[in-house]
Write a protein that binds this ligand. Structure first.
Ligand code: DGL
Length: 258
């Protein structure tokens, strides 16, 4: 049976998983939340690279997956090039903020104002800096490296979104409030999980690249002959491992909304 693996520092990659599950009925999916080592956003590049290698090895050796989705912007920025070098036979799909959208949307309406949110580590990475320079050479898109937003979202997933957490999240978003942004480009996979909160608090539209990532995964599997159209099979189930708990369990996508 064709199988894929996804990993993230925590449950942020669920925003990608939600999309891959939709497009890949009948494909066995394994998801690792590296919560024993989260967040990644304040860690060194060496640390994130090492964790990415450990998780990749688990997915390949224990689960023999056909493709790996690095469902984390931070790990993509820091580790995906090295993973592709070490495992040239395995397709890796990463995730990056959809900066390109600014040009398209701006030509429709020049009053639109864009900001991209990432973790601190992604913001400092060479990969992100190069991407920003290439796709936004005129610096039309502002950038904020968020120190603790992913951790607050993780907390909301495990303990429920309460008033206190909501206020903490709004406190983090406060510096963006008076800037009259119209669009927030989400550069961390945790952020789409609270996009409705971001949209209502900042009165913006959020841009989430996850549906495009899922499409890329589907295309690669089709090209490799690992799946065939029309796609049939069970949808929504996946195996989940939290590195804090240490054992795989079966889950359904209905269990993971915030
Ligand atoms: N969800 C991750 C990302 O896309 C990492 C967040 C974190 O652990 O800091 O960047």
């Amino acid at each position: 049976m064709t199988s894929i693996g996804l990993f993230d520092s925590g449950i942020g990659g669920f925003s990608v998983l939600k999309e891959t599950l939709k497009l890949l009925p009948g494909v066995k999916t394994y998801y690792i939340s590296d919560d024993a080592h989260a967040p990644y956003g304040d860690k060194s590049e060496d640390y994130i690279l090492e964790r990415s290698q450990v998780l990749t090895k688990m997915l390949l050796e224990e689960k023999k997956v056909d493709l790996i989705v690095v469902a984390c912007n931070t790990a993509t920025a820091v580790a995906i090039a090295e993973l592709r070098k070490v495992y040239p036979q395995i397709p890796f799909v990463g995730i990056e903020p959809y900066l390109n959208i600014q040009k398209r949307y701006h030509s429709d309406d020049p009053h639109r104002r864009f900001v991209v949110l990432t973790t601190a580590r992604t913001g400092k990475s060479e990969k992100f800096k190069k991407l920003k320079e290439m796709l936004d050479p005129d610096h039309k898109i502002d950038h904020y490296g968020m120190e603790r937003l992913a951790t607050l979202i993780e907390d909301a997933y495990y303990n429920g979104m309460n008033q206190n957490l909501k206020e903490e999240i709004e406190k983090d978003l406060l510096p963006l409030k008076e800037k009259n942004y119209t669009h927030v480009i989400l550069g961390c996979t945790h952020y789409p999980l609270i996009s409705s909160l971001i949209e209502s608090y900042l009165k913006v539209e959020c841009i989430n690249p996850a549906p495009y990532v899922a499409l890329r995964v589907q295309n690669l599997l089709l090209e490799a002959g690992k799946i065939h159209l029309p796609l049939v099979g069970k949808q929504g189930d996946f195996s989940f491992l939290s590195t804090q708990e240490g054992s795989w369990k079966e889950m359904n996508e209905k269990e993971f909304s915030l």
